[in-house]
Design a protein around this ligand. Sequence first.
Ligand code: BES
Ligand code: MN
Ligand code: MN
Length: 462
Amino acid sequence: MKNVQNYIAENKERFLEELLELLRIPSVSADSAYRNDVRKTAEYVALKLKKAGAENVEVVPTKGHPIVYADKIINPDLPTVLVYGHYDVQPPDPIDLWDSPPFEPVIKETPLHPGGAIFARGACDDKGQMYMHVKAFEAMLAANELPCNVKFMIEGEEEVGSDNLGDFCESNKERLAADVVLISDTSIIANDVPSITTGLRGLSYLEVEVVGPNKDLHSGVYGGAVGNPINILCEMIASLKDENNHITIPGFYDKVAVVDASERKQMNAAPFSEEAYKNALEIADVHGETGYTTIERASIRPTLDVNGMWGGYIGEGAKTVLPSKAFAKISMRLVPNQSSDEITELFTKHFESIAPDSVKVKVKPHHGGEAAVTPTNTPEYMAAYKAMEQTFGKAPIPERGGGSIPIVALFEKVLGVKTVLMGFGLNSDDIHSPNEHYGLFNYYKGIETIPYFYKHYAELKQ
Ligand code: BES
Ligand code: MN
Ligand code: MN
């Protein structure tokens, strides 16, 4: 292991330069204008895997963006680790809120990253975290200390719902066969409070359209007598939660997995300052479901949020208009045992039923995915635990995450393989937001920790 860590130390600068180069390619999967850049990013990742010593490197085309596959099978009798990550990124908008251009990475210090952080779209989610695995793999091979077989599957459609990954897994079961999936695409509590993510929320995402009169009308001539679809949409959305911020859709909570008192106690014992949380977001108070703490609201409880809403006149000045249509994008974060399809159906039925006769509503489902929980009594969890304990000098805490990585449930269903979520980002790293960043400490800590994971995993699997 000394050789691996020496190799990492000696190549630190280059490891950073390569990540910066990767961050300069704008791989925005949601926007077809970036299609070529997305492909170039896949090719860059494939090239670096090849240079690191991977075999069977392939940029596999799909109906959407390509999947990068590579492997290194050193001995079929050894355990196999399947590394999953994504090279696509969220759109950088709103661009004017960035302090530096999103695809021109710069390194700056922040209060939480006194050692410097890389500012760029994808720095933390997930190029920086995914690339740690490529570099750790390079180091283990260079030092001749790779203790497991490795397979890489790096996709380019995670941020748009991984539409083609399910098919790829179905038709490549043999090629993807592994003992464990290893993912770095989540966070730790703080740089001095390591944690391992033991759960992710599911998702149901949809769009609604409320249609009133057949054209925009004069709001004086018709106002007061014709249903205004924006007013009505607001009322409908407001009615989806009661005074306790409980979601009112009938059946919504029926299958929610109840977390027992001892686990709730444990998760609330994790270091967390609500004051610091509020200060960082410049909010006077938190807001959520009665009876649950902030930690619980953001991890083990389901949610309903409007992500965007539009309609009517939003140009300069005032236009007196009673709009014909109103729209909203709505997401529901789900918890174990809730089914994304079922919740989408419950929402649709309910939303249609609460619409007054003065409007018509249409509900269009987007992507979705199931929640996941990862057990803590497995060799892979123990391997991640020991690895982090070694490199952080502190035992990591299990933590349920609030975000979604729908393919985790899919890996278990299609490939029958469990996942370990060993992420290194911070929740404050502004993923999906302007000024996304990733600490240099976190990047290097990840590269340093991953080889220990392999070492402990190989030992524990014997
Ligand atoms: N890496 C995130 C998910 C995440 C972030 C999990 C932080 C836990 C902590 C991932 O790239 C992501 O953004 N997922 C999407 C879901 C997808 C279907 C678009 C999400 O959570 O909104
Ligand atoms: Mn991600
Ligand atoms: Mn993301």
